[in-house]
Design a protein around this ligand. Structure first.
Ligand code: AMP
Ligand code: TRP
Length: 336
């Protein structure tokens, strides 16, 4: 049996939002006291789409600042950026040769990101899930905390691990990873449309709460959040077909670490303006200190770069040992 090891990655898009926090980063913080955890800023994933090199550099630092401001310890966890550890790319190439083209074509994220002009998408965008599988398996990680949108990529990671173990007759070499997806709220939806996930790419800033938003902006965004004409429901069944209402109720439950049923018994029958005031209060209490800390940390680039440097050394030590073993299994030799 493999020892439990947690790995997760976040793209350096800058300006992380409540979906990233509740869907992933809050979970990272909970796991750090229970397991050995490796958290990575996946900068090589960020170049699969057009990007601006200057912005990428500052977004990497901002993602690290967000990790630390959210409560991740740089000592307890290995925190680093993907480009610093070359074994990620080496294993991704190997997985390009293990995974099948048909598997890639089925990925919904590829279809969404490539849009109508699939032929014009980068090859990197198509094989993105192989790099993601390499990120995880180069450390033989067993548990991966992510939002629900990444579930399909983790299933693919399992398929790659099984095929590799099977093709090269090395049973149990790569573990079959378990996703760790928050139960109560696996997907935070847009505040403007409860059927779309909260995302950095949605045009309206009113669709999301950014971790750096100040008190007034959070208040305004919540006051404007879409609801419907009914009161706050008292019963779980009444949440059906009310996606915007379900979303803000789940956000309240998650940010306060309580169950949705508790929210319904507290607010059921009341009007939304009462509920929204309480939701804003909770968000301001939890999110604003993180935003303020991010802004403070961003002024200290030396400190942030130091975290990346130390983390890269620790990660590289594990990755190098594993890539050598992988090459050996494949009949390849790494002389240096
Ligand atoms: P990304 O910024 O796409 O690299 O996402 C980083 C992490 O945040 C991943 O684990 C995603 O699954 C998670 N995430 C992003 N958007 C949302 C959302 N709207 N709801 C829940 N989780 C999310
Ligand atoms: N694909 C993930 C996302 O878009 C980011 C990611 C890259 C990741 N490598 C990973 C997440 C490894 C978990 C584990 O959110």
């Amino acid at each position: 049996m493999n020892k439990k090891r947690v790995f997760s990655g976040v793209q350096p898009t800058g300006n992380l939002h409540l979906g990233n926090y509740l869907g992933a980063i809050k979970n990272f913080v909970d796991l750090q006291n229970k397991f050995e955890c490796i958290y990575c800023v996946v900068d090589l994933h960020a170049i699969t789409n057009h990007h601006n090199p200057k912005e990428l550099k500052s977004n990497i630092l901002e993602t690290i600042a967000t990790f630390i401001a959210s409560g991740l310890s740089e000592e307890k966890n290995i925190i680093f950026n993907q480009a610093s550890v070359s074994a990620h790319s080496e294993l991704a190439w190997i997985f390009n040769c293990v995974a099948r083209i048909g598997w890639m074509n089925r990925m919904t994220q590829f279809k969404e990101k490539a849009g109508v002009n699939k032929e014009n998408a980068s090859v990197g965008l198509l094989v993105y899930p192989n790099l993601m599988a390499a990120d995880i398996l180069i450390y033989k990680a067993t548990h991966v905390p992510v939002g629900e949108d990444q579930k399909q990529h983790l299933e693919l990671t399992r398929d790659i691990a099984k095929k590799f173990n099977n093709d090269f007759k090395c049973e149990d070499f790569f573990p079959i990873v378990e996703p760790v997806i928050p139960k109560e709220i696996s997907r935070i939806m847009s505040l403007r449309d409860g059927k779309k996930k909260m995302s950095k790419s949605e045009e309206s800033d009113y669709s999301r709460i950014n971790l750096k938003d100040d008190k007034d902006l959070i208040n305004q965004k919540i006051q404007k959040a879409k609801t419907d004409n009914g009161p706050v429901p008292s019963d779980l069944n009444e949440l059906k077909n009310r996606p915007e209402v379900s979303n803000i109720i789940s956000i309240y439950a998650n940010i306060n670490n309580i169950k949705v049923s508790q929210v319904l018994s507290e607010f059921g029958g009341k009007n939304f303006s009462t509920f929204k005031s309480k939701l804003s209060e909770s968000l301001i209490e939890k999110i604003c200190p993180i935003g303020q800390e991010i802004k403070k940390l961003l002024k200290d680039e030396v400190y942030l770069n130091g975290i990346l440097e130390k983390g890269a050394k620790r990660a590289d030590l594990i990755a190098k040992t594993n890539i050598k073993e992988i090459y050996k299994i494949l009949g390849l030799t790494k002389y240096s």
